[in-house]
Write a protein that binds this ligand. Structure first.
Ligand code: PPY
Length: 500
C-alpha cells in the first residue's frame, strides 16, 4: 500500500484564504500558507488560486522544480484525485481565438528569410502578455531602437580579389568551439511564448554546434536543459545574484558540477527597468484589475510580469563581490552589462575573464549607448593599458543584432562573438525548435555571403580596417530606415480611459 495521501478537490477548496492556503500544481497539493509573504511575485497572485489548480498560471513563470525546492517536505501534502476536481471550462477569449487562428495560418518556415521575419510572426502568434514582456524595453525605448541604428552607422570597407572560394565563420568562445561567432543569449520566461520553452534552444543549439546561455529566470529548469543537452555540448549560465548568497553559491556550484563552461553575471540590473508595455499589460489585465479593486497593499499595481518577480535580485552587488565569485567557482567569469571604458578597465583588473558590452536589450537604463558604440571606446582604452589583445580576456557585445553583417562589424571592431537574444526567442515562439534551427541556418547563409563580399575568409581576417565606424558616436547622422525593423516596432501606447 502506498502512503501517499490522496486529496479531493472539495478538501483542497476549503483552504482558500490567507490563514490556510493550499494550491494544486502538476497534480500535487501544496500548503503555501507560510510561503505567501515570501513569494517573489507577491501574495495576491497565489491567493487568486487558493484552493484551486494553479498549474496553468504557474507554468510559464516558474521552472517545474521551483515549488518543490522552495517548500519544505511537510508542506507537500499529497496528490489530487483528479476525478474530484471540478473541471473549470476556461472561456477562450477573443484574443486567444485570434491568436490560434494566426498560429494555424502562420507563414511556412521556408518562406522565412531573415531574422526580422520571426518577430513579425511572433507578434501575432503569442499572447499579448508574452509579446508585451518580450518586446518591451525601458522608458521611451530609445536604447532599444538605437541598438539597431548603431549597426547602420558603421559601414564596410571590403577587400577584393582574395580567393574567397571557401570561407569559415566558426570560432572559439571562452575555449569552447562554436560553429558561429554568435551565442544564444539569455532570455527569460520562454514558456510564456511556447509550451516547450527554452528546451527548443537547447535542442537546436545541440544540432548546430551553437552555445546557449541558460537564463536564471528561464521557464524550464536548469537541470531540464542540461539533461536535454549532449554530454559534450557547451553551455553557459547567466546569473542574477540573489540577496541570499548561499542560494547563489549553491546554484553556481551546481552549474559547475553539471559541466557549465562559463558564468555570465548580470551587472546592469540592480533594479529592473520600467518596461511600460509590460506594465500596461498587467495594469489593464485581469490581475491588475483584481489588485486595484481589492485594495491590496502588498503589490504595486504598476508592476509588469518582470518587476513582479525580480525582488530576489541583490542591488548591493558591487566590485567587492568579485573575489567571492572567484572563490566559489573555477568557471570563467564574465560581467554582462558593461557600458563604459572605465568599467571595462575595472573588470579586467578584477581578474574576470571577459565582459559583455550590453544594455540588456534596451530594457534597463534608457538612452544608454549601444554595445557596439561602447566597443569602440573600450578597445583603445584597454589597448592603451596593455590589456588588449589578451586571449584570457574576451569581449562580447549584444543588443540589436539581426544580421550576420552586424556580427562581422562587431568582430572587426574587436569582439570575440556577439549575443543574440530576442531573435532566437521569437524563432521558437513561432516555430519551436525548427524555428531556432532555421535562424541558425539564416545566419550561416548570411555569413557565407557577407564574408565573401567583405574579403574575409576566416574570423581572424576580420580587422578594424574593414569597417568605417567614424560616425558611430555621432547620434545625429541620418541613416536609411530599416524597413523591417520599423514595421515590427510597436510604438508605446498612452494611458487608456476606463469604460463607463
Ligand atoms: C528581463 O526581463 O530583462 C530579464 O532579464 C529577466 C527577468 C525576468 C523577471 C524578473 C527579472 C528579470
Amino acid at each position: 500500500m502506498s502512503d501517499i495521501r490522496v486529496l479531493s478537490g472539495p478538501e483542497v477548496a476549503e483552504h482558500a484564504n490567507r490563514e490556510s492556503c493550499w494550491i494544486i500544481v502538476h497534480g500535487k497539493v501544496y500548503d503555501v500558507t507560510e510561503f505567501l509573504p515570501e513569494h517573489p511575485g507577491g501574495q495576491a497572485i497565489i491567493l487568486k488560486y487558493a484552493g484551486k489548480d494553479a498549474t496553468e498560471a504557474y507554468e510559464p513563470i516558474h521552472p517545474p522544480d521551483a515549488i518543490t525546492t522552495n517548500l519544505p517536505p511537510d508542506k507537500h501534502l499529497g496528490v489530487i484525485d483528479a476525478s474530484t476536481v471540478a473541471k473549470v471550462v476556461k472561456e477562450v477569449t477573443a484574443e486567444e481565438k485570434q491568436r490560434q487562428k494566426y498560429m494555424e495560418a502562420r507563414p511556412s518556415l521556408d518562406t522565412i528569410i531573415n531574422l526580422h521575419d520571426f518577430e513579425t510572426v511572433a507578434r501575432k502568434v503569442i499572447s499579448e502578455k508574452a509579446w508585451a514582456y518580450y518586446s518591451s524595453a525601458s522608458d521611451d525605448e530609445i536604447t532599444l531602437r538605437e541598438n539597431r541604428m548603431a549597426y547602420q552607422r558603421v559601414w564596410f570597407r571590403p577587400r577584393i580579389l582574395r580567393d574567397v572560394t571557401s570561407v569559415d565563420w566558426s570560432t572559439t568562445i571562452l575555449g569552447q568551439k562554436s560553429s558561429l561567432p554568435v551565442y544564444i543569449s539569455a532570455t527569460a520566461l520562454g514558456k510564456l511564448g511556447h509550451p516547450e520553452g527554452e528546451l527548443c534552444l537547447t535542442r537546436a543549439a545541440q544540432n548546430h554546434g551553437v552555445i546557449q546561455m541558460i537564463a536564471t529566470l528561464a521557464s524550464c529548469s536548469f537541470d531540464e536543459m542540461v539533461d536535454a543537452a549532449k554530454p559534450d555540448q557547451p553551455l553557459f549560465l547567466q546569473l542574477y545574484v540573489n540577496k541570499d548568497r548561499e542560494i547563489t553559491k549553491k546554484y553556481v556550484q551546481h552549474a559547475e558540477a553539471r559541466g557549465v563552461k562559463a558564468l555570465f553575471i548580470t551587472v546592469d540590473a540592480p533594479q529592473l527597468g520600467r518596461r511600460e508595455k509590460d506594465m500596461r499589460m498587467k495594469f489593464v489585465g485581469e490581475e491588475g484589475v483584481a489588485k486595484v479593486q481589492d485594495g491590496q497593499s502588498d503589490i504595486k499595481k504598476d508592476e509588469g510580469v518582470a518587476r513582479a518577480i525580480s525582488s530576489f535580485i541583490d542591488p548591493s552587488l558591487s566590485w567587492k563581490d568579485i573575489p567571492w565569485f572567484r572563490s566559489i567557482t573555477k568557471m570563467p567569469i564574465i560581467l554582462k552589462g558593461i557600458a563604459t571604458a572605465e568599467d571595462a578597465i575595472l573588470a579586467y583588473e578584477s581578474g574576470v575573464q571577459g565582459i559583455v558590452l550590453s544594455n540588456h536589450g534596451g530594457r534597463q537604463l534608457d538612452t544608454a549607448r549601444s554595445g557596439l558604440e561602447v566597443l569602440v571606446e573600450v578597445i583603445p582604452a584597454l589597448r592603451a593599458r596593455g590589456y588588449f589583445p589578451n586571449p584570457n580576456f574576451e569581449i562580447f557585445v549584444d543588443g540589436g543584432v539581426r544580421r550576420a553583417s552586424d556580427v562581422l562589424k562587431a568582430i572587426a571592431l574587436g569582439a570575440t562573438a556577439v549575443g543574440v537574444g530576442r531573435p532566437f526567442l521569437y524563432a521558437f515562439c513561432s516555430y519551436g525548435q525548427d524555428g531556432v534551427e532555421k535562424a541558425i541556418q539564416i545566419f550561416r547563409d548570411e555569413f557565407e555571403m557577407n564574408m565573401r563580399l567583405l574579403g574575409a575568409r576566416t574570423i581572424d581576417e576580420l580587422v578594424p580596417e574593414m569597417v568605417d565606424a567614424s560616425a558611430l558616436s555621432s547620434h545625429v547622422v541620418l541613416t536609411p530606415q530599416d524597413t523591417l525593423f520599423h514595421n515590427t516596432y510597436v510604438p508605446l501606447a498612452g494611458a487608456t480611459f476606463q469604460e463607463s
